[in-house]
Design a protein around this ligand. Structure first.
Ligand SMILES: *Cc1c(COP(=O)(O)O)cnc(C)c1O
Length: 220
């Protein structure tokens, strides 16, 4: 795999208003540097420890996104530097992110992860939980913003099903744009991975999370 040319290929295929998150989980630092040299500045990781060590090792103008499940007791490690947390799936977690954001004297932008797949194993809030949280946003959450929604489609070859899941998330996203709370800023829709990012862009994605199409298949 030639990381540099893959980065260019994916970037050239991006829809207007859509940004690429290079999902670099399990990849060695050298691979991330190749992507960096090709101009990539947003990287996504799904594990806190890996995010932390790569942040330390790499240039400081990189935006680090946490895309995987986040445990409350690990928020403190990424709170000083994380640019966007895609995987907020409970009020408990959001409350902890807020607490750590206050400690670090910053605002941490978050996305709410919405459960859209027809599978049992994926994390996320359901549609009603998202609406409830966003429309009754707790006043004590002073140091987090909800910048949008994230979803993962079913792991299936059925494009119609994937498309329907993306459409459903987009619809919820549009609906929530009418919420006028200053901490609710529905501007990012994080959907699409290597296998379905073109479909996701057709349905209005603003952030695609692409790993294997850039770095090659992972062993783990
Ligand atoms: C690994 C991962 C991706 C990227 O998957 P690829 O199929 O390698 O593009 C995207 N989003 C999340 C949440 C992931 O964990």
């Amino acid at each position: 795999m030639n990381v540099k040319s893959n980065i260019k290929l994916v970037n050239d295929s991006l829809a207007q208003g859509c940004r690429l998150i290079a999902v670099s989980k399990t990849q060695p630092i050298e691979k991330l540097l190749e992507a960096y040299e090709a101009g990539q500045r947003i990287f996504g990781e799904n594990k806190v420890q890996e995010l932390e060590s790569k942040h330390q090792a790499l240039p400081k103008d990189i935006e680090w996104h946490l895309i995987g499940h986040l445990q409350t007791n690990k928020v403190k490690y990424i709170a000083p530097f994380v640019s966007l947390i895609h995987s907020v799936d409970s009020l408990k977690l959001l409350t902890e992110v807020n607490k750590q954001a206050i400690k670090n004297n910053r605002i941490i932008p978050c996305l709410l992860q919405v459960y859209i797949a027809k599978e049992e194993t994926k994390f996320g809030l359901d549609e009603n939980e998202v609406i409830e949280l966003v429309t009754n946003f707790p006043a004590y959450l002073t140091n987090v913003t909800i910048d949008g929604l994230m979803g993962m489609a079913s792991n299936t070859d059925n494009e119609n099903q994937i498309q329907a899941e993306f459409k459903g998330l987009k619809k919820l996203f549009e609906q929530l744009k009418s919420v006028t709370h200053p901490s609710i800023r529905m501007k990012e829709l994080s959907m699409g991975m290597s296998s379905d990012f073109e479909l996701a862009m057709q349905e209005g994605s603003t952030l695609v999370r692409v790993g294997s199409a850039i770095f090659g298949t992972r062993n783990n």
